[in-house]
Design a binder for this molecule. Structure first.
Ligand code: COS
Length: 392
């Protein structure tokens, strides 16, 4: 359980927030949706679009205003992410690490000097950030990570490999979890480091070839005797890295849940309009009760997901520990959007299987949600463990 509750952002006034939502909604509909297929094919979000994201402030959504971000509350952030979910998830990935797992360790546990050094440039999108926890031999069992950080005078020497690291090819700054304790020191022997991409000895592997989410990139990050100054230790305290990572993931899981809800709503809208247009047996298929049942199931589940995410976010804004609720949200919404995507293919029939309609692309894209930032099985484990602990 967290030993401190992090300070919560007060967020924006209602009018400014409504204008932001409207702007994001228009940006998604007018700039992103039309180029979904092109981005998937090229495996690249055009640099001009990334510049527009910078101009809109999307890289700094969650960064406190004193460091140049928009300082959204969690409730506001998830509402923005609902909107961003209405297009290919690869677009959100461009700035998603700066909003979530790539910046929040620094926001929560960084020293004032570390925050001052990096957060303003993270907020503008000048620096892209990455969160480097997973390793070839340490995925779900994050506390077993092997990467080492050996103290050498006033410096640390980092050695090891991180795997499937989102935005690694683009990143300027990595939050890296490495072992400062001995081989068997478990979670308590893990520390977090802020490592700049240009540091000697750090290299990036070839971008991974993935099932979906083309345009978002992951790769290995390899550390060979990477020497960093002692002030690269996040928060200036050894042994706190695992807890930082867990807190970052609790928050990140809410963000991803909101994304799942947004994508589900997009797929539902596409399914509904296709069902109205497509005629069989002399009428629009939307008139058939078996199609209606699929639409109704998806609507019900997307609504349940939206409600859960808003409730957990409100609780977090009120200072509650939402570790269990975040896991419930991630578990439910990522499984839910998988079912919604499956029904979307079914409602579209043969067209759902064809590349031209884009539904099969979403079907592949959403599969990742049940895997990253903790698999469904890890969410189940966290939920049940917390229940048992709460009633001990
Ligand atoms: N917030 C703050 N602290 C937490 C925490 C949380 N949500 N969860 C655990 N901790 C703390 C514990 O309190 C414990 O501290 P103490 O030693 O002071 O008691 C420490 O962290 C170790 O916790 P625990 O014993 O629960 O660790 P486990 O090794 O059993 O593993 C799981 C916990 C499985 C939940 C963790 O490894 C996990 O989340 N794995 C999935 C990782 C993941 O999501 N990877 C995705 C890739 S990153 S995009």
């Amino acid at each position: 359980m967290p030993d401190t509750i992090d300070q919560q952002s007060p967020g924006l006034d209602a009018e400014t927030f409504a204008a932001l939502i409207e702007t994001v909604r228009r940006f998604v509909a007018e700039r992103l949706v039309p180029i979904e297929a092109q981005v998937a094919e090229a495996d690249q979000v055009p640099p001009g679009i990334v510049d527009e994201m910078r101009a809109l402030g999307l890289f700094g959504l969650s960064i406190p205003t004193e460091f140049g971000g928009l300082g959204l509350s969690m409730s506001e952030e998830v509402r923005v992410v609902f909107e961003l979910g209405r297009t290919s998830p690869a677009f959100r990935s461009v700035f998603g690490t700066n909003v979530g797992i790539g910046s929040q360790g620094l926001v929560m546990d960084g020293t004032p000097a570390q925050k001052q050094k990096y957060l303003p440039r993270i907020a503008t999108g000048e620096i892209i950030t990455s969160f480097a926890l997973t390793e070839p031999e340490a995925g779900s069992d994050a506390a077993s990570l092997r990467m080492t950080a050996r103290k050498d005078g006033a410096r640390y020497i980092l050695n090891g490999t991180k795997r499937f690291i989102t935005n690694a090819p683009e990143a300027g700054l990595f939050t890296v979890m490495a072992r400062t304790g001995g081989k068997d020191s478990g979670a308590r022997g893990v520390s977090a480091f802020l490592v700049e991409a240009a540091t000697k000895g750090l290299s990036i592997g070839k971008p991974d070839a993935k099932m979906g989410q083309q345009g978002a990139h992951t790769a290995d990050v390899i550390f060979e005797d990477v020497s960093v100054p002692a002030d690269a230790l996040l928060g200036g305290v050894e042994g706190r890295g695992f807890k930082t990572a867990m807190k970052v993931l609790d928050r990140g899981r809410l963000h991803i849940s909101a994304l799942c809800v947004g994508v589900a709503e997009r797929l539902l809208a596409d399914s509904l309009s296709y069902a109205r247009e497509r005629k069989q047996f002399g009428q629009a298929i939307a008139g058939f009760q078996l199609i209606q049942a699929m639409l109704a199931d998806s609507r019900t589940e997307a609504y349940a997901g939206r409600t859960m995410v808003l409730d957990a976010s409100r609780r977090r804004d009120a200072g509650e520990d939402i570790g269990t609720e975040a896991a419930c949200c991630k578990y439910y919404t990522s499984e839910m959007v998988g079912r919604v995507a499956d029904r979307a293919v079914q409602i579209h029939g043969g067209a759902g299987y064809m590349t031209e309609y884009g539904i099969e692309r979403f079907y592949r894209d959403v599969r990742l949600f049940r895997l990253y930032e903790g698999t469904s099985q890890i969410q189940q484990l966290v939920i049940a463990r917390n229940m048992l602990r709460e009633t001990e």
